[in-house]
Design a protein around this ligand. Structure first.
Ligand SMILES: NC(=O)c1ccc[n+]([C@@H]2O[C@H](COP(=O)([O-])OP(=O)(O)OC[C@H]3O[C@@H](n4cnc5c(N)ncnc54)[C@H](OP(=O)(O)O)[C@@H]3O)[C@@H](O)[C@H]2O)c1
Length: 258
């Protein structure tokens, strides 16, 4: 696993929005980024879980965390616009957007996939990403060095039987990442990549593989060097890439415009 000795002030004065920050990998991003000095804005579905992350961060870095409960399955474009508008009242710009929230949906053959679960999964995993990203772009453009990370999956790069809407949603995420990265490569300072965390010990992983020993999987914490590196100045030339956290090697990515 990649290691990165991130300085404690790596994210000082950076404002970073994280979706799905109430649990799993997103929660670990929230506490880790706050420990490295960031102001974090945390979106999640459960207010109770968000409040517990809030308390944890307040104990580390007081006055640097905002929480907002949201349910992406029922939000409309105007809700996303309102959310980002209230963010703009607190921050001059947005330096990071971690599009991490996700739902698993069902694992059944396409032939039997229920259309309501299909639609909800696409809504939560794709449409929320599009709307939040679209609303956030003006704020991201105000940062000198913004980063957007789309959180993907191995099944978003190679289809797998019975992963249905989840796999399709992650393919869509890769397409959105590539399209936006190409649009912004020469016209903005925003650097955009997708990241597949790989098998990680979380609630989602346990739901997907109930017979597996959860302790056999790497923890969210073990992924943090990759996330921190991708937010660091050193990663400035990494753009438009589909990255695997478990195989991350920054030397693989050549500087831009060579
Ligand atoms: N864990 C793995 O092995 C693995 C592997 C590959 C990719 N990934 C990807 O990594 C990301 C994080 O996964 P994880 O394993 O950390 O998952 P997790 O522990 O299940 O956490 C998912 C997060 O998304 C939020 N969320 C779910 N539905 C939502 C909705 N309708 N509206 C708003 N927020 C919602 C959850 O909020 P509440 O908890 O408040 O409901 C939670 O904060 C996902 O995009 C996942 O696809 C994970």
């Amino acid at each position: 696993m990649f290691d990165f000795d991130a300085p404690a002030n790596l994210l000082e004065n950076k404002s970073i929005l994280i979706t799905g920050a109430s649990d799993g990998i997103g929660k670990c991003c929230a506490t880790t980024f706050a420990k490295h000095g960031a102001n974090v804005v945390l979106l999640g579905r459960s207010l109770e879980k968000l409040e517990s992350v809030y308390d944890e961060i307040e104990a580390i870095n007081p006055g640097k965390v905002i929480i907002q409960p949201v349910n992406f399955s029922s939000m409309h474009e105007t809700d996303y616009q309102g959310l980002v508008k209230s963010l703009a009242e607190n921050f001059d710009c947005l330096d990071g957007l971690i599009l991490n929230a996700g739902m698993l949906g069902l694992r059944v053959p396409i032939e039997f996939y229920p259309s309501d679960i299909w639609q909800e999964t696409i809504n939560v995993n794709v449409n929320s990403v599009f709307h939040l990203l679209k609303a956030s772009l003006p704020l991201l453009k105000l940062s000198k060095d913004a980063r957007v990370l789309f959180i993907s999956s191995g099944v978003g790069r190679k289809g797998r039987a019975h992963w249905g809407a989840y796999a399709v949603s992650k393919f869509a995420i890769e397409g959105l990442m590539q399209t936006l990265a190409d649009e912004l490569e020469k016209t903005s300072a925003i650097r955009i990549n997708s990241l597949n965390p790989g098998a990680t010990k979380t609630t989602m992983r346990q739901a997907a593989y109930p017979a597996e020993d959860p302790d056999a999987q790497p923890t969210p914490k073990s992924l943090m060097p990759v996330y921190l590196y991708l937010l660091s100045k050193q990663a400035k030339s990494i753009h438009g890439q589909a990255i695997d956290a478990k195989e991350f090697d920054p030397d693989k990515y050549l500087p831009l415009s060579q």
